[in-house]
Design a protein around this ligand. Structure first.
Ligand code: ADP
Ligand code: MG
Length: 226
């Protein structure tokens, strides 16, 4: 079996509003392996996005640990977390979050430039990944000039171009019709396998979840493997 790359240990997350406390995560344990596609399903409001944000160091658990190759990410400073995200993680969201004023090429280049890659190499890498997602003919298009499926493919190219170890995807096909959802999912999973990534994908589409290596269900603040 492949190596565990990311591990959640007894994660809790409570929100406090005045004196009212809501316990969203009540002790979540999860092991993410390289070369595996992990699906997280569960009802709306069950805490899937909260968990994904915590796994991606965008949110801090109330208690528990997130281990990346054995090191607790929660102990890193804000700067180190940002550096960790830039170097090791790729994110894909339901709404593509591309920058509207920039072309597909510039959007994919952006995180590479932030990671200090030189501009020529960033451009070549971005072109390579746009080609992998079948968008060589769209590199100079802005998000508003592309279809929903194309925008999501740009978002996937952007998430993968930095050679992350892990990709965290929150309902990446949630905004697409069934045909485009299937196409984007297939492309995404094929690329992930080729690049030996660990993928964690939140989805409410059970037919897509079934194509993953593992399915976890969030319910009542805990997670169970199906
Ligand atoms: P899912 O992604 O499964 O739909 P979320 O993780 O977005 O669920 O939300 C889980 C629960 O946490 C919901 O009840 C939501 O209202 C609550 N929640 C999420 N973010 C916040 C926040 N910033 N402040 C207070 N409650 C929140
Ligand atoms: Mg959500």
């Amino acid at each position: 079996m492949s190596e565990v790359i990311l591990e959640a240990k007894n994660i809790t997350r409570s929100y406090f509003e005045g004196r009212i406390r809501t316990d969203v995560l009540k002790g979540v344990n999860l092991a993410i392996r390289q070369d595996e596609l992990t699906a997280i399903i569960g009802k709306s409001g069950s805490g899937k996005s909260t968990l994904l944000h915590i796994l991606g160091t965008l949110d801090t658990p109330t208690s528990g640990e997130i281990l990346f190759k054995g090191d607790d990410l929660c102990r890193l400073s804000g700067n180190k977390k940002a550096q960790f995200r830039n170097q090791n993680l790729g994110f894909v969201y339901q709404f593509h979050h591309l920058l509207g004023d920039f072309t597909a090429l510039e959007n994919v280049m952006m995180p590479l430039l932030i990671g200090n890659m030189d501009i020529k190499k960033a451009k070549a890498t971005a072109c390579e990944y746009l080609e992998k997602v079948g968008l060589s003919h769209r590199i100079d298009y802005r998000p508003s000039e592309m279809s929903g499926g194309e925008r999501q493919r740009v978002a996937i190219a952007r998430a993968l171009a930095g050679h992350p170890d892990i990709v965290l995807a929150d309902e990446p096909t949630g905004n697409l019709d069934a045909k485009n959802a299937q196409a984007v999912f297939s492309l995404f999973t094929e690329l992930a396998k080729n690049e030996h990534l660990a993928v964690v994908m939140v989805t409410h589409d059970n037919s897509l979840a079934k194509m993953c290596d593992k399915i976890y269900t969030m319910k009542d603040g805990v997670i169970d493997e199906n």
